[in-house]
Ligand binder design. Structure first.
Ligand code: LMR
Length: 400
């Protein structure tokens, strides 16, 4: 059996970590996967999370019973209140169905399966480029995948004209995948006034927006600022889907904790929709895990812990912004050919460097710097002590 099964390639992002783990060099640097590291390059567990875990461990009344199919109710409430504003009409009118899912990917996949069953004739339009896994998730659910222009490689900025044209020419009622903030991989986000134009086109065309919100608070350090685009769509009365992840902003990568929220036109519709999503989940994984959702609920539900978390979040976001400045300065110091201002201007965890596949290969071979072959650098994996090494590697790749 299975002799003819071909060996599949490693995942383009997660496979980078596997290659890094095999490297025995003392100077190796993993800037592949988007995961925050301490100044010493070690994984980081937030203090607010450690405290929440201590509270949970000390509580003998807690048990390990199954969660409902839709997850922890308190977690769902706190999650939707985090991404939307408290006075958001959709929340006040109880017309948001929120379902705890397995981090961002799981939330996207459950949303995609729901659309395949209950919105089956529309294609989903993804930005070009987009996070590699988007291109796996939606076809896996049976949705037809199309793309819209997003990034202009010449200007290293947003191709707003191309984007608007493509959204206008997409058939009415198409699903449009949007990155809530800190677009992955480009780090290029629409300006607030551009978001407004995008929103109007999407609503005029009767498209259905599906927001991937993996970085709330992680991009600017401000939870509201990073949720502004989603909130403007949620505030206009129309439908939208939101996939939320607590991997980055609470550092809960391996806990796989996130949520799918669907903003509906009425409470009755939201209830019916939730009942259908339950059927999808029951067949897929029955119900979600309890620990990560309990951590998030404890942190968000306690005033002091929540403040502490927000301050840690600002700390992580600021460190990343500082790394942008330091890397930029280091390349200027080395007189590395090229305009590197995009390192400063891009937003969030990643710098879309413009380095090509061959240059990335040189950096890995000669400098043990690991990153995805599309030239994306995880700034969250960088620290002041490793900036010079990365700058040397980029300089060599560009001049070599
Ligand atoms: C990334 O893009 O590096 C992260 O979102 C992690 C992942 O699952 O790919």
């Amino acid at each position: 059996l299975w002799e003819d099964v071909e060996m599949a390639p490693e995942d383009p992002i997660l496979g980078v970590t596997l290659a890094y783990n095999k490297d025995t060099s003392a100077v190796k640097l993993n800037l592949g996967v988007g995961a925050y590291r301490t100044e010493e390059g070690k994984p980081f567990v937030l203090e607010s999370v450690r405290k929440a875990e201590a509270i949970l461990a000390a509580d003998r009344s807690r048990n390990k019973e199954y969660l409902p199919i839709t997850g922890l109710a308190a977690f769902n409430k706190l999650s939707r209140e985090l991404i939307l504003e408290n006075d958001c009409p959709a929340l006040v009118e109880n017309r948001v169905a929120t379902i705890q899912c397995l981090s961002g990917t799981g939330s996207l996949r459950v949303g995609a399966d729901f659309l395949a069953a209950h919105y089956p004739n529309a294609a989903i339009y993804l930005p070009d480029p987009t996070w590699g896994n988007h291109k796996g998730i939606f076809p896996a659910s049976g949705l037809c995948m199309k793309k819209y222009r997003y990034y202009n490689s010449q200007s290293r900025g947003l191709d707003i004209e191309g984007m608007i044209k493509d959204l206008k020419s997409a058939p009415s009622g198409s699903v449009v995948l949007l990155h809530g903030c800190a677009h992955n991989p480009t780090g290029v986000d629409p300006l607030p006034e551009q978001w407004e134009v995008i929103r109007q086109v999407i609503r005029d065309k009767g498209h259905l927006p599906f927001f991937d919100c993996a970085y709330q608070g992680f991009a600017s350090g401000d939870l509201s600022q990073d949720a502004a685009a989603v909130r403007s769509f949620a505030g206009d009365g129309g439908e939208l889907l939101i996939a939320q992840s607590f991997a980055k902003n609470m550092g809960l990568y391996g806990e796989r904790v996130g949520a799918l929220s669907v903003v509906c036109r009425s409470e009755v519709i939201a209830k019916k929709l939730e009942s259908q999503v339950k059927i999808i989940i029951r067949k897929m994984y029955s119900s979600p895990p309890i620990h990560g959702a309990s951590i998030v609920t404890t942190v968000l539900g306690d005033k002091e812990l929540r403040e502490e978390w927000m301050s840690e979040l600002r700390g992580m976001a600021n460190r990343i912004i500082q790394m942008r400045k330091q890397l930029y300065d280091a390349l200027i110091l080395r007189e590395t050919p090229g305009d590197w201002s995009h390192i400063l201007n891009q937003i969030g965890m990643f710098t879309y460097s413009g380095l090509n596949k061959e240059q990335v290969a040189v950096m890995t071979r000669d400098y043990h710097v690991y990153m995805t072959s599309n030239g994306r650098i995880s700034m969250a994996g960088l620290s002041p002590s490793t900036v010079p090494h990365l700058a040397d590697a980029i300089h060599a790749a560009v001049t070599g």
